[in-house]
Design a binder for this molecule. Structure first.
Ligand code: BGC
Length: 543
């Protein structure tokens, strides 16, 4: 792949935005689409390529919009369809792409399809959902929202039957054995693609089909349906993407890329907790290990990698022992835990230590894949563990030190959620305006990281090789693409580290620090020595 024909998503940096939380334009206390539009220049200046907006459809909001009541509209809290069209256009005018969630697996129980399905056995919608006379089917399927749900079945009085749901009871699963459901979803895709949306983060894709005697995840029938969506996209909408949310081991995500005929991108879930393990233990082994479990993926597909998102920091893909360690280390207060995870933001997880936050970002950006930055993490926002469910990591964006952090002019008690205003994470000190002015702020350092990464597609496309694996206090990665090399050296400890590497292959070549542009000397014939500051990192271009 030459740098010219790289599909845009391969070398992209994504920014995840919750419209509710970003900016309130009409002062009702809830972020909205015009508010987001007013901040597009800020997003553009971050240097990212693509915005991922969380679901903005009409919804009773029992799962913050992942319970959709109408796939063809916009939640009145957020604005109108015209607003959304304007958002897409304005993003495009700035050279930003925009993708949104396609929630395939389930609808809200308020969706008219479900209402008709439960009320009328003769309705064509009866078969849109998974009904059963017994709740004993598919017992091998795990429960995902463990803290809330006791079963994947719920009894519906009206229908006199049980319906299947992998998430909240208020989110009945669609029946993908019914071709009419597949056709409905194709129409939903068409609607948004025709509006100009650049693709979809396809939610919860492993669970589309149920079969007795299986765990009802990743089934061949599910892959066939997803391939059908991809072929529809390819035929009609060039350059648009599908990103798979499959919270699975990498070898189980591999089939979601298919033969370049299923998803363009897939989240790499299990690398994420291991970045926190590596930082917490001062030990690179968890990263070495998970990358060894990560198969090569087809040429024109890409991993999506992230540190945090709008959900809990999931600990599904770690051992029981590792989970206990993560909980003890990162969620000492039980309120910080949710399901099999941790509901905290990046900065509080890393003790609000700028060095560690930058190191975590640099580590993420050093790995193959397209990184996603979660709104607010670029300024080190805090969380509020007293809010229900995952709402504590979805609080209002902190723009400046004015009332309500510049998020809204409503009364403070009218905000959809309180702004963070206590201790070291208060919006009075942690906000965009303050950090814009400080060249050394997290915001400006993250910007620089994005800028450098974007300028060197080697980060996205290159091969990787771990060096000096025995020196586990540091993560040393050699990235190589065509004739270029970048050395990524990361010190995972709070002490100076002296690292010696055999780079004799490149003897005589100069090392240039990509973050500062400064020369770091010449590679030696035998061993080259490096000195890394506590929690420091260097990205060195071999010139
Ligand atoms: C989303 C969650 C949501 C769930 C059910 C996911 O994986 O990220 O926020 O609750 O799907 O739709």
């Amino acid at each position: 792949m030459t740098q010219k024909n790289i599909p845009w998503y391969m070398n992209a940096v994504f920014y995840e935005v919750h419209i509710r939380a970003y900016c309130d334009s009409n002062n009702d206390g809830i972020g909205d689409i015009p508010g987001l539009i007013s901040k597009l220049d800020y997003i553009k200046n971050l240097g990212v390529d693509c915005i991922w907006i969380l679901p903005s459809y009409p919804s009773p909001l029992k799962d913050d919009g992942y319970d959709i009541a109408d796939y063809y509209g916009v939640h009145p809290d957020y604005g109108t369809l015209e607003d959304l069209q304007r958002l897409i256009n304005e993003a495009h005018q700035r050279g930003l792409r925009i993708i949104t969630d396609l929630v395939l697996n389930h609808t809200s129980d308020q969706h008219p399809w479900f209402q008709q399905s439960r009320s009328d056995p003769n309705s064509k919608y009866r078969d849109y959902y998974v009904w059963s006379e017994t709740d004993k089917k598919y017992q091998d399927a795990r429960i995902i929202f463990l803290d809330t749900e006791k079963s994947n079945w719920a009894f519906d009085e009206k229908a006199g039957l049980y319906f299947w749901h992998r998430f909240y009871t208020t989110q009945p699963d669609l029946n993908y054995d019914n071709p009419a459901v597949i056709e409905e979803m194709r129409q939903v895709m068409k609607f948004w693609l025709d509006m100009g949306i650049d693709g979809f983060r396809a939610d919860a894709v492993p669970y589309l089909i149920e079969r007795e005697g299986t765990n009802c995840e990743n089934l061949p029938e599910t892959h066939r349906i997803l391939k059908d969506f991809r072929s529809y996209l390819d035929k009609n909408y060039k350059g648009k993407i599908l990103l798979a949310e499959a919270n699975q081991w990498p070898q189980d995500v591999l089939p979601y890329f298919g033969d370049e005929d299923e998803f363009h991108m897939g989240f790499h879930f299990p690398v994420m907790p291991r970045i926190f393990m590596a930082l917490g233990k001062g030990d690179a082994s968890p990263i070495h290990w998970i990358m060894a479990q990560t198969p090569t993926i087809p040429d024109y597909t890409q991993w999506c990698i992230f540190l945090r998102n709008h959900d809990e920091l999931t600990l599904e893909m770690v051992t029981e022992e590792e989970r206990q360690w993560m909980w003890e280390q990162y969620a000492p207060d039980p309120r910080m835990r949710l399901n099999l995870g941790i509901r905290r933001r990046l900065a509080p997880l890393l003790d609000n230590d700028l060095r560690k936050i930058m190191l975590a970002n640099a580590l993420l950006f050093s790995l193959p894949g397209a990184p996603i930055v979660y709104y607010g993490d670029e300024i080190g926002m805090g969380d509020n563990i007293w809010l229900f469910d995952r709402n504590g990591v979805r609080t209002p964006m902190q723009w400046d030190e004015s009332d309500n952090a510049g998020f809204s002019s409503a009364e403070a008690d009218e905000l959809y959620a309180p702004v963070i205003d206590s201790n070291e994470f208060s919006y009075k000190t942690v906000n965009v305006a303050v950090q814009e002015k400080d060249p050394h702020s997290l915001l400006n350092q993250v910007r620089r990281l994005i800028e450098v990464r974007k300028a060197h597609p080697i980060f996205a496309l290159g091969e990787y090789e771990f060096l000096a694996k025995e020196h586990t206090q540091c993560l040393s990665i050699l990235r190589t693409h065509t004739n270029e090399q970048v050395l990524c050296l990361l010190n995972l400890t709070d002490m100076d580290q002296n690292l010696s590497l055999d780079l004799s292959k490149y003897a005589g070549k100069e090392l240039v620090d990509l973050m500062t542009g400064k020369s770091q000397g010449v590679i030696a014939e035998t061993t080259t020595f490096f000195q890394l500051d506590p929690f420091g990192f260097q990205w060195l271009f071999i010139k």
